[in-house]
Design a protein around this ligand. Structure first.
Ligand code: NDP
Length: 330
């Protein structure tokens, strides 16, 4: 089968397409014929070695990268009772999706409802479940509360804005351009701050009469974290969940105290997708909201599998305005 099998950590150029053997599903696994693979920042971190020492997201070389896909079950290993050959499924957080076939632990697979296309299935799993755990579990937003979502026109950003609005929160967001502000506003953001022209912390403090927001969801990291912590209300929460601008190496405990005794967490999606019930629960909520037209997901670009390097450059250059997909099988 064709697969993006990397032999060393590095830039997009290490993503070479190769012919390798189709995996055999082990006990408790299913073999999925991939229709679309999702492209996510986690793929960049796995490709460039950021997660080389992670126990949660293991990166043994050589490895087929890609952590999200939709497709059809081709075969099942022993002990898999609730999934059938031919069934349409989607998954995230199982490595190897940039390939024609991938063996996935059955408990991580979510059956796709008939009205959810393969494109949408692959698009909504990882970023959608991220937006779901951020807004429903890491800091369960309540009606009348406020949040700051950085990168509001990005994949997670657009979904998080919609989920936060569904929960009745006021949403502040930062974006780099006017075009991205229009996208974030179309998703429901109440206030869009163009961070290149305006100091986002000053703007948040002004708009909240000096109080700050209940929670900041910060995926940008290095360039934003210091000010993110300082625009939160007393005893609010800072959720640092990404590193789009670079990894945050350290946080001063005293900085949290000085900001108003704010709390700080740096979550992995895997810890909020710990069981089959949790995965199917979050995905089920997302699919239901899509059906009820309370949630929509923009597909930015679909690349052929062979163009992975271009897809990685696109996301690393901050160009995304929604989901990037790789088309693998028709
Ligand atoms: P996005 O589509 O949001 O793309 C990243 C955005 O970050 C860009 O569009 C850009 O928006 C902004 N950005 C700011 N500075 C930079 C920079 N220096 N380089 C590149 N982009 C920059 O990506 P995703 O939605 O796929 O992921 C968002 C983040 O969420 C990632 O950091 C990812 O790692 C994280 N994540 C974390 C998870 C977790 O559980 N911990 C799970 C899933 C994702 P603008 O132009 O408006 O600045």
């Amino acid at each position: 089968m064709r697969a993006i099998n990397i032999h060393q950590f590095g830039g997009p150029e290490v993503c070479e397409i190769q012919e390798i053997a189709i995996p055999t599903p082990a006990e408790g696994e299913a073999l999925v014929r991939v229709a679309y693979a999702g492209v996510n920042f986690i793929d960049i971190y796995m490709r460039n070695g950021t997660y080389a020492r992670s126990h949660t997201y293991k990166t043994p070389l050589p490895m087929v990268i890609g952590m999200e896909a939709s497709g059809t079950i081709e075969a099942v290993g022993s002990g898999v009772a609730d999934l059938k050959v031919g069934q349409r499924v989607a998954f995230c957080l199982s490595r190897g999706s940039y390939a024609e076939y991938v063996a996935v632990p059955a408990w991580k697979l979510v059956p796709l409802p008939d009205d959810i296309s393969f494109e949408l299935g692959a698009a909504v799993m990882l970023q959608g479940c991220t937006a779901h755990y951020l807004s429903h579990s890491a800091f369960p937003l309540q009606h009348g509360q406020s949040c700051l979502v950085h990168a509001g026109a990005g994949g997670v950003g657009q979904l998080l804005i919609q989920l936060a609005k569904n929960l009745g929160a006021t949403v502040f967001t930062t974006v780099s351009t006017r075009e991205k502000a229009d996208i974030a506003r179309s998703r429901g953001a109440d206030h869009c701050i163009l961070y290149r022209d305006t100091d986002f912390r000053e703007e948040i403090m002004k708009l909240t009469s000096g109080k700050g927001v209940d929670v900041v969801y910060d995926s940008v990291g290095k360039t934003t974290i210091t000010d993110s912590i300082r625009c939160i209300r007393r005893r609010g929460l800072c959720v640092l969940f990404g590193a789009s601008s670079g990894v945050v190496d350290a946080i001063e405990p005293l900085a949290l105290a000085e900001a108003g005794s704010v709390f700080f967490t740096r979550p992995h999606l895997a810890d909020y997708m710990a069981t089959a019930e949790e995965i199917r629960g979050r995905a089920g909520d997302l699919f239901r909201m899509v059906k009820e037209k309370r949630l929509s997901m923009a597909i930015d670009t679909v690349f052929p599998l062979a163009d992975v390097a271009a897809a990685h450059r696109y996301i690393e250059d901050g160009k995304t305005r929604g989901k990037l997909l790789l088309q693998v099988n028709q």
